[in-house]
Design a protein around this ligand. Structure first.
Ligand code: MRU
Length: 368
């Protein structure tokens, strides 16, 4: 195994002479260019969230939290900023969680009579704590996930299939599902990471392949529709994916294309494993059918965009469909619990996936 690459700087708070800023690694420009995007205000951050310059459930929570801190530090209306941020994308529950957590800390300080600057410092400290917690959760998920693989498939190397991007680019640490694959790789047990390209915005091809290459992992990229023949050939030992929202019944919303993989995995008797922090569990949403699935621009499907153009949010790409073609473009789909072998969180593993198991786990996490 070669030397480890330097950790990616995905998101950082910076104090410039003209004021504090949130600096993001612009994920629309990867893998061609590692370009930073400097957000000086909340509308800029909301744009970055909508265009997927910053994306992935845990990172959206962290970015949302820092967004509230940015509004507070720059003297903007915190309630308005929190509303704008929370509504930027609807499916990943972490976004609202991060926003509300930091806003609540800010208001608690303000209610106790803190000066504006002092309350802003409290908000920033809360965002930084959320960031650190996510890094710790990532490391724990990697441990629990590798232990689960050993339990399910003892004493062997694995061919793992993943979808979308769930690595350091979505996390305060090394990610969720990808962090498990990375740990398997470091243990010398990764035979191959199969990376779905993840149409239409190619998070697998652009981002997961980029992270796998950086990490020196054995990986192969495939079109989403090639997954079926891969299962049929017996070349998938387990599927590892992340989650954007887990409903109280254990249904999992994740990048569109996850549900068909779960169906394939069931048919081929392959474990289908979801890896997500407890901040992705939404006990307020009773079941999968109640999860709001983001519908995105048809241009993302009618046009194939070069990553270099930095416009993966739709538009400016090569047109591949008749002008005005109607499009169905949900960003996510929902997998019911009966298709999921296990959900791995930082607090432990739930298997079989049931509402009761999930509630017990969440109760445990809120006690720590
Ligand atoms: O639309 P995106 O790129 O934000 O979607 C991201 C995903 O679907 C990830 O799989 C999910 O957020 C889990 S990341 C830990």
């Amino acid at each position: 195994m070669g030397e480890e690459p330097p950790a990616l700087s995905v998101l950082r708070w910076d104090e410039l002479p003209e004021g504090p800023v949130l600096v993001l690694l612009d994920q629309t420009r990867l893998p061609a260019e590692e370009v930073e995007l400097v957000c000086t205000d909340v509308p800029a951050l909301v744009r970055a969230i909508r265009t997927l310059a910053v994306r992935g459930a845990p990172l959206l929570g962290i970015a949302g939290g820092y967004g509230v801190a940015l509004a507070a530090a720059r003297g903007y209306d915190v309630a308005e900023a929190a509303g704008l941020l929370e509504r930027a994308r609807p499916t990943a529950v972490n976004l609202g969680y991060g926003v509300r957590r930091v806003a609540t800390a800010y208001w608690a300080a303000a209610r106790k009579g803190a000066e504006a600057a002092e309350a802003a410092a409290v908000a920033l400290a809360e965002a930084q704590e959320l960031h650190r917690e996510d890094a710790r959760a990532s490391a724990r998920m990697a441990e629990h996930g590798t232990a689960l693989l050993e339990e399910l498939l003892p004493g062997r190397g694995y061919q793992l299939l993943t979808h979308c991007n769930t690595g350091a680019l979505v996390s305060g640490g090394e990610g969720t599902a990808f962090a498990v694959a990375l740990r398997v790789h470091r243990q010398g047990r990764l035979r191959r990471l199969w990376v779905d390209e993840t149409r239409p915005l190619l998070q697998g091809a652009r981002l997961t392949a980029y992270e796998a290459a950086r990490g020196g992992m054995a990986y192969s990229l495939l079109t989403d529709s090639a997954a079926g023949s891969l299962f049929a050939a017996g070349d998938v030992d387990a599927v590892l994916i992340g989650a954007d929202r887990i409903a109280a019944d254990g249904s999992v919303a994740n990048k569109v294309g996850s549900y068909p993989l779960a169906v394939l995995a069931k048919y081929h008797h392959v474990p289908f494993i979801v890896v997500a922090p407890t901040t992705t569990v939404d006990m307020e949403t009773a079941e999968g059918t109640s999860i709001v699935v983001e519908q995105r621009s048809g241009q993302e499907v009618t046009e194939v965009t070069s990553p270099r153009s930095g416009s993966t949010g739709g538009g400016g790409g090569m047109v591949v469909a008749p002008l005005g073609a109607p499009v169905y473009n949900p960003a996510f789909d929902v997998t019911p619990p009966e298709l999921i072998t296990a959900i791995v969180t930082e607090e432990g593993v739930i298997s079989p996936v049931t509402g009761v198991g999930l509630a017990e786990l969440c109760a445990r996490s809120s006690q720590v």
